[in-house]
Design a protein around this ligand. Structure first.
Ligand code: CO
Length: 496
């Protein structure tokens, strides 16, 4: 049994062996259908009834050429269904148009946003500005459509059970063909209008940026409709990966970065490699009033934000005259340059993400920033019933080290009020992905439920699903999946 994640050769100063971490980067070789899973350790809670969906890059190499950055890998969806104490696994690549063309050609035909080049050097890459929708960032359920999301283009719809790709979706005519649709929708638990909503956005950027904010509600199990829709224009380039919501606001952090497209046009760099921080630039919060809130129809409000680069937010909430936004800040935009190999990155040279809270006084515009945790973290979430409300607890993936940067190897539960924390560690041979918190339906305790997390098991060279008790991070179950899935991105839990 390999679940005990035994020690391997490693630097004395490090909690991991680079080879274990890098071994996750391989092509997903199999597509399984309702494969029955064996619990290796612990047991499955009887009341778990639903499906965990995960998305992430599944194609790392084609025709002998490697992608330059894992974010350029084609999306592969895994679903793990739980029913009557039995878990089954199904996984499929998203059959995007480009995926089909590249499978046939057995080589990359498109450049990647994060640096992947087509074979053939300068002349093959210069002035090829086509985007390849790789549908690899997140997966959500809207009505009866399972959507594989990639923020620069439209969503791909899949069958929620079989994961068969249906095709690019316009969500029933809501989106123009291939209109940008964020990979970070928020499910508003709907405490203030007794109905859940899916709130999301699309952004079109350039010297000016346009944000389209959309809110959907389910009409039935099968169908959904667009309830609210507004468009706002802002000055400046905007790289907006994530956002946060409160009952009254949709909140964006416009990082202070600029883009120089010339090396991209000439095929020397990818679009993302042309981004750079503006020295002494000012980041801004963009507050867009939600149509469901008190400030419906009003113009957006703009506030200065702390310096640093943000991909992901934990949560946001309102308290009398102030709004708090909790986010993971990096000192600078992390990028992998044209000559570097992502499997050999030096964690010590990359900035780490740290969780901070920024409180904005709406009347005066004054902001107050506090550090919630100095430990390197990513993929943080609160109990989904507390999204947009003041939550006491957060769960996140962290490095093993207390300070500085390192690969994500632990799950941490953080008390956002008193700062106390507990952790579960997969070190030295395990590497964690995004934790998903499932709240226990019949409990009044905010922190009661489970954490589900995919763990790359460096000893087994395959993926484990680990289930923890969210209240204390004690182990509930480990399932050794019969599949090797590279370090992934985002996903969700859907109750049956
Ligand atoms: Co993300």
């Amino acid at each position: 049994m390999q679940t005990k994640l035994e020690h391997s050769q490693q630097d004395s100063s490090e909690s991991f062996a680079r080879e274990d971490w890098a071994s996750a980067y391989q092509n997903v070789e199999k597509e399984l259908t309702e494969e029955i899973l064996q619990v290796e350790e612990g047991s499955l809670p009887e009341e778990l009834c639903g499906t965990l969906y995960r998305n992430g890059p599944g194609q790392m190499e084609r025709g002998g050429e490697w992608i330059h950055h894992p974010f350029d890998g084609d999306g592969m969806i895994s679903s793990i269904n739980f029913r009557n104490g039995v878990a089954t696994l199904t996984n499929r690549f998203v059959r995007t148009e480009a995926w089909g063309e590249e499978v046939s050609a057995d080589k990359f035909l498109y450049r990647g946003v994060f640096g992947t080049q087509k074979p053939g050097g300068f002349f093959a890459n210069a002035f090829d500005l086509r985007l390849k929708n790789i549908a690899n960032t997140n997966v959500i359920l809207l009505g009866d459509q399972l959507l594989a999301l990639w923020e620069a283009a439209g969503p791909y719809a899949l069958d929620p059970k079989t994961l068969k790709t249906k095709g690019l979706s316009t969500l029933g005519g809501v989106l123009k063909e291939n209109e940008a649709f964020s990979a970070h929708p928020k499910i508003d638990p709907g405490h203030h209008y007794n109905q859940k909503r899916l709130v999301t956005f699309g952004v079109k950027t350039g010297p000016k940026s346009k944000i389209r904010l959309m809110e959907f509600a389910n009409e039935s199990e099968q169908s959904f409709h667009l309830i609210d829709d507004r468009i706002d224009n802002f000055d400046g380039f905007a790289f907006l990966h994530d956002f946060a919501i409160t009952p009254n606001w949709a909140i964006f952090l416009q990082n202070s970065i600029s883009i120089n497209p010339i090396p991209f046009l000439f095929g020397l760099k990818s679009a993302a490699q042309c981004l750079s921080s503006i020295p002494n630039g000012q980041s801004r919060f963009l507050f867009i009033p939600r149509d469901s809130g008190l400030f419906k129809g009003q113009t957006p409000r703009i506030f200065n934000a702390p310096s640093g680069f943000v991909f992901h937010h934990l949560n946001a909430w309102e308290d009398e005259s102030k709004v708090a936004i909790e986010s993971i800040y990096y000192d600078d935009f992390p990028s992998i340059g044209p000559g570097e190999d992502f499997r050999e990155i030096n964690f010590d040279l990359l900035p780490e993400g740290r969780l901070k809270r920024c409180e904005v006084d709406l009347a005066s515009g004054r902001i107050r920033t506090s550090l919630l945790s100095k430990q390197c973290c990513e993929f943080a979430m609160v109990n989904p019933n507390f999204l947009g409300k003041k939550a006491r607890f957060a769960w996140m993936a962290t490095s093993e080290c207390e300070e500085g940067n390192g690969p994500l190897q632990s799950i941490k539960k953080l008390d956002l009020i008193d700062g106390s924390s507990s952790k579960w560690s997969a070190a030295p041979r395990g590497f964690v992905g995004e934790p998903i918190m499932l709240s226990k339906t019949d409990s009044n305790n905010e922190d009661e439920g489970w954490i589900m997390v995919m763990v790359w098991n460096g000893a087994r060279k395959a993926t484990d699903l680990v289930i923890l008790k969210s209240i204390n991070l004690n182990l509930q179950a480990i399932i050794n999946l019969p599949l090797a899935i590279p370090h992934g991105l985002h996903g969700c839990w859907v109750n049956s």
